[in-house]
Design a protein around this ligand. Structure first.
Ligand SMILES: [Zn+2]
Length: 232
């Protein structure tokens, strides 16, 4: 065997070996910056109360089993202002004597800045108040901006797609929805809100943005959103 021939053989064997190695599809991990909001005893107790009073869930810790990803926009124009809005444990102007309204402040597990930087405000499986009826199973991604003067950016779109891929790889996620679609779940087994009068009208994060994220994550095969319940 000539030297040259053995070299070819060696290269060929290497290539063959590489070819045969099982190729595991790896999800590219997005860069996530931890920037925790206050999660003190007050927030913990209010979260447990929320799960109990609104959903009938008695729990020791306010954790969720993620099944839905909900995309939002903040309308608030900067990351710092949006962070400050979510940071306090209680809603501004909350009066503890009004018992039928939860004092738990709104928040979300993730926030994406205008430049696409991804911040994690809470552990992924801690409950955040961001979507009526579904907080016990929903991970929220807020996007800074969203007004006509400040539409969501290409960088935010890219980061949302990366985050959705990352979360779908990590948890058994069935649905990806825009906040404006949440009422479609009213008759769904995952819908647990007890108060039929507690609804808000939402438009975030816009149909255009939602459509783009859906098209880019088609391969994840999320279930179609339920049909709109018949209005009486
Ligand atoms: Zn929203």
């Amino acid at each position: 065997m000539t030297k040259k021939y053995s070299l070819y053989l060696a290269i060929f064997s290497c290539l063959l070996f590489l070819q045969c190695k099982p190729v595991k599809e790896t999800v590219q991990l997005p860069e996530i910056i931890d920037k925790p909001i206050v999660f003190d005893e007050t927030r913990k107790q209010l979260s447990l109360e929320y799960l109990r009073d609104r959903y009938g869930m008695e729990k020791e810790t306010p954790t969720i089993i993620p099944r839905i990803i909900v995309l939002h926009w903040t309308v608030i124009p900067t990351l710092e202002e949006a962070f400050e809005a979510f940071n306090p444990p209680t809603l501004p102007n909350w009066r503890p004597d009004i018992k039928d309204v939860s004092g738990l402040n709104v928040s979300s597990q993730f926030m994406v800045d205008r430049d696409g930087s991804i911040y994690r405000l809470l552990p992924e499986t801690t409950m955040a108040r961001h979507v009526i009826g579904l907080n016990h199973c929903a991970i929220g991604i807020e996007n800074v901006g969203g007004t006509e003067a400040m539409p969501l950016t290409e960088a935010q779109l890219k980061s949302n797609i990366e985050l959705v891929n990352y979360l779908a790889d990590k948890y058994a996620i069935d649905y990806l929805i825009g906040h404006y679609e949440y009422t479609y779940f009213e008759n769904h087994p995952l819908w647990l809100e007890k108060d039929k009068g507690y609804r808000t009208q939402k438009t975030d994060p816009g149909e255009d943005f939602m459509g783009k994220v859906r098209r880019a994550t088609k391969n994840l095969n999320f279930a179609p959103i339920p049909k709109k319940p018949m209005t009486p």
